[in-house]
Design a protein around this ligand. Sequence first.
Ligand code: CO
Length: 499
Amino acid sequence: MTVAPSRPEPTSPAAGDYDRDDWASSFRNVGSELTAVALTPSSGTIPPELGGTLYRNGPGRLERGGRWVHHPFDGDGMITALRFESGAASLCNRFVRTEGWVAEEAAGKVLYRGVFGTQKPGGPAANAFDLRLKNIANTHVVRLGDKLLALWEASSPHALDPETLETRGLDLMEGNLAEGEAFSAHPRFDPGHHGERRMVTFGVKAGPRSTVRLMEYDASGAGTAELKADQKHSFPGFAFLHDFAITPNWAVFLQNAMAFNPLGFVFGLKGAAQCLGSKPGTPGEFWLIPRSGGGEPRRVSAPEGFVFHHLNAFEEPDSGSAGTLVVDSIYYDDFPTIPQGVDFRSIDFDSLPIGQLKRCRIDLASGKVSTELLEQRCCEFATVNPARVGLKASWAWMAVTEVETGNAPLQAIEKINLDTGERRLWSAAPRGFVSEPVMVPRPGATAEDDGWVLVVVWNGARCASDLVILRAGDLSEQAVLPLPLAIPHGLHGSWAEAA
Ligand code: CO
């Protein structure tokens, strides 16, 4: 459990300032796999009612044989499990044993190209026409029945043991999925709008015309998750759908106005995702699929801009086919990419578009859409109380920049009232860098914002990660747990209650 030596204090940072080396020092290979290491708070106490596991996923291997990935999204998936029971906590972490990770570990070198631009050694000649996808299982991790699923949207999930994190292997969901079939990394957990708790998810087969498969699994039990609903619809255009939102009656997709020109990928010059380009001046489109399976999907014009992630959606009033559908999402002016030849660790933040939380109200009768800016500060990874998924929520929690305008690394957590705009901020600046916040309601809570927000923070001073437990109501610090691990800036994660 080696943690790299601390870095010296930067010379008196100004307000809103950060040391780029502190931020970039998170990009490293995870060197150890730990089992049930007890954690001790450096401040505060762990609430005894907090019982369950925080699972996090993200790139854990970013360099091999002296060759760095072109984009951190190309790093191999590494799962961290933080367990809480009776006021105590422990940590376990494992790489997902994907076919690509196992082969590259054995070879000691890069054998695969990455979707976001990582190339094999040897230049274009060595990369051209190698169109294999390396399923790196690095995007999200969720508990479903007796499985822990490590997700990567372009191919099958990997199943892991929820306790030991041992990789069981590629998982075809009891034969529901074809081999290699796309399975989103952004399932939504319906808290019970159709009776039982459900995991609603999708897969995309993209082409000149694209097919979206919408699947709903029973997520209420501890055993095998039954597939409760399954439908497919096709839409014109090359679909690029990373996330979606649900309401009791609708699955809501936002198809960004994107073009895909695969030649650079085919000829070994670019990663597949680098062949995506936005179509400026062209609006996006909402694709609305009725969840009950009754009725045809609808297409409605969406605002210009690029969306990776949605916060939530809801119906006003319980609309069904009339009324208003409200969809909150984080919009960028353009699709953010890292050009070939640029080292992601030295990226100029000012050159990247900022993410802003916006609310779209879709009038289902007329198809008219109105848009409202909810937060101008650059944000990502927004969430509501899990019991409010698909319903109107008053509060959201999200990762934001320390500065109010412009782009910078995410260093703070903001709680925002979606009706009044009231805000609270907890900041890890100048030397801390936040990841996606996960909101855990207090057992038996009645107030929507009663509970905790769990955040893994990169501690630039210690060159390692901390788990910070905030009180969800006022964002005051409940506890800080220094972790015996250096976890690179991660992607998504989830909370699983103790069985
Ligand atoms: Co995502």
